[in-house]
Design a binder for this molecule. Sequence first.
Ligand code: MN
Length: 259
Amino acid sequence: MSSNLLASLASALGGGEVRIVDLTHTLSPDFPVIVMPPELGQSAPFRMERISRYDGGGPAWYWNNLSFGEHTGTHFDAPIHWYTGRDLPLNSVDTLPPADMIAPACVIDRSEQSAKDPDFLFTVSDVAHWEDQHGRIPERSWVLLRTDWSKKSGAAYANLQADGAHTPGPDAEVMRFLVEERGIIGLGTETIGTDAGQAGHFSPPYPAHHYLHGAGRYGLQCLTNLDQLPPTGSLIFAAPLKIQNGSGSPLRVLALVQD
Ligand code: MN
């Protein structure tokens, strides 16, 4: 490794040969939050209360108090979020290894399929098709599932019907495969969760959460701008807030891309 590797990176960033793509939605009270069945606990939406804005509360300064559920907006899921990861070491956002916060990504485009079918299920055959073109998914890579769901807003984004949410996501076998046979570091999605809207009916229920967090791996959801990433070669920076014993957090997700 060259001793001026970081200087080369800084130069490439400054010169535009490496560009930064922001994969983050703006955190606002309007951004949809996941809705659980009514008998279960609910996640609070993002709230922002002004302390002062160059006024009597603070004549020279502007600032706010914030509150939000850990799983609000573009956010990170830590292994402790799911019962399968509850007893793992370093399983909360304050303890997870910083080295895991920077990792390469494989972007799998299933936007056409998701446009035709809101219940589109991402399967092992989709991975096989992608690997035929781009090679085997390297260990410790993010798999980012592009569905273009981030282009929807409001009620269409959550797509909540009488029988629950209808949004695309992985089936159970592809999650077992990606975690156990590819050793991915995590799955990132454009939808409100890493799992499909109807994944509560899968076996096991919520297989992305089940397999990822049981193996000490991570989730990213409510990502955007995945259509600006190449299938391979991007580097993802995803560092959640350091909340004591936290199960997840909103965060800024950045991708470095060499054009
Ligand atoms: Mn989450």
